[in-house]
Design a protein around this ligand. Structure first.
Ligand code: URA
Ligand code: ZN
Length: 377
């Protein structure tokens, strides 16, 4: 067991607080929590790709049980601390897991957002200096309500940013109606933690998708969704319009570090962009934005990918994460070490071999600096 004082900070770690689980228990469509006679733990069903198995299991008690077990790892703060201690993680910045408040009606989302953000704040208050959080915004509500929510969370002692999916106000993150939200977040110095949920349309996985578990949507759909969302933001000029906006991309930016060169080439060879005067010599490239406004988590499980992430945005902009409580070990005790964590710590150590300052920075120093984790407020 690693020492809990080794300075590791986990910025990608989720929870569903008890009041959110209650909401999911009352639902009939995804996201939903349901008990099935075939399984001891209640099941958490989140993704579009899981709908078919949900329907099958509701019809037939012999059918494969859908989703994933909703263990105490999802909603118990004591369990989060145990997980942190087991892996030598000193501080965590917890966030509501997907799909956040995206499915709530406008009439209820502001009040639920307030309740859940206050709940996160209280959970963090139980373990001061160990827990911080990214708040969730009621994006289905009016702009006024969203801005009030930003005002509310900026005043919460342990809040260090907001977690956002890619749907925005329903039309994605390049929607100009989001500019006041981006400006308010930048002004409040609250970075966005951008996280996928919707993946790609199920048809792209083909007729045999059911044979491949969740591999295709999670390994490919999630990262492509993030890549598309942030590239749309870049192309729309959001980063130029709101220069102080800071965004942390889940899963090391999806495929952004790998595709940044190709994005740039497609931009400078685009006749329409040229005609519209969007290719001025002074324009900021994707590489500029990666180094000035984007941070990447280190949740890529490979030293090769991690080196690319660190070269793309800078080793001072990459931050360790676990994605707990997703990806538990399937064949060893969940209360012990998780391979999904040790792969990431090993990747960081290998990618930064011989550069101990970079190792420390990615494991915890960057998060501590960027998210002000040495400050109580
Ligand atoms: N699966 C999810 O639905 N969310 C995550 O964050 C990771 C895996
Ligand atoms: Zn995650």
């Amino acid at each position: 067991m690693a020492s809990p004082t080794s300075g590791i900070v986990d910025i990608h770690t989720h929870m569903y607080p008890p009041s959110y689980v209650e909401i999911m228990e009352k639902r009939t469509t995804i996201p939903i929590v349901r008990k099935f006679p075939q399984a001891s733990d209640p099941r958490l069903i989140l993704l579009e790709e899981e709908v078919k198995s949900l329907e099958d299991a509701l019809k037939d008690p012999q059918a494969k049980v859908p989703g994933r077990p909703l263990t105490t790892h999802y909603s118990s703060v004591q369990q989060k601390i145990h997980f942190m201690d087991t892996h030598g993680i000193r501080k965590s910045v917890v966030s509501l897991a997907n799909p956040w408040l995206d499915f709530l009606d406008a009439s209820e989302s502001p009040a639920i957002a307030k309740k859940i953000n206050d709940e996160f704040s209280d959970l963090c208050g139980q373990y001061p200096r160990r827990l911080f959080f990214f708040a969730a915004l009621p994006l289905t509500a009016s702009l006024e309500d969203i801005l009030s929510s930003v005002e509310h969370v900026r005043g919460l002692k342990y809040c260090r940013g907001v977690i956002l999916g890619t749907s925005g106000l329903g039309k994605g993150l390049d929607d100009p109606r989001l500019l006041p939200v981006y400006k308010a977040l930048a002004e409040a110095k609250l970075p966005i933690f951008l996280h996928p949920h919707y993946g790609l349309p199920s048809e792209v996985w083909g007729d045999r998708a059911g044979e491949y578990g969740h591999v295709l949507p999670l390994a490919l759909g999630f990262p492509m969704e993030t890549t598309i969302a942030v590239t749309r933001m870049f192309l729309s000029g959001v980063f130029d319009e709101v220069r102080e906006l800071q965004i942390i991309l889940a899963h090391s930016g999806g495929t952004l570090p790998f595709l940044a060169g190709r994005i740039e080439s497609c931009v400078v060879h685009d006749g329409q962009l040229l005609r519209e005067g969007k290719l001025a010599k002074s324009r900021r490239t994707v590489w500029d934005v990666l180094k000035e406004q984007i941070y990447l988590d280190a949740v890529v499980y490979s030293p090769t990918s991690l080196k690319l992430a660190a070269e793309s945005s800078g080793a001072d902009r990459v931050m360790f994460g676990t994605d707990h409580p997703f990806f538990p070990p399937l064949e060893t005790d969940e209360q012990g070490e998780w391979e999904s964590v040790t792969w990431n710590t090993a990747a960081i150590r290998k990618a930064t071999e011989g550069k101990s300052a970079e190792t420390e920075a990615i494991l915890g120093g960057n998060a501590t600096r960027v998210l002000r984790l040495d400050e109580e407020f």
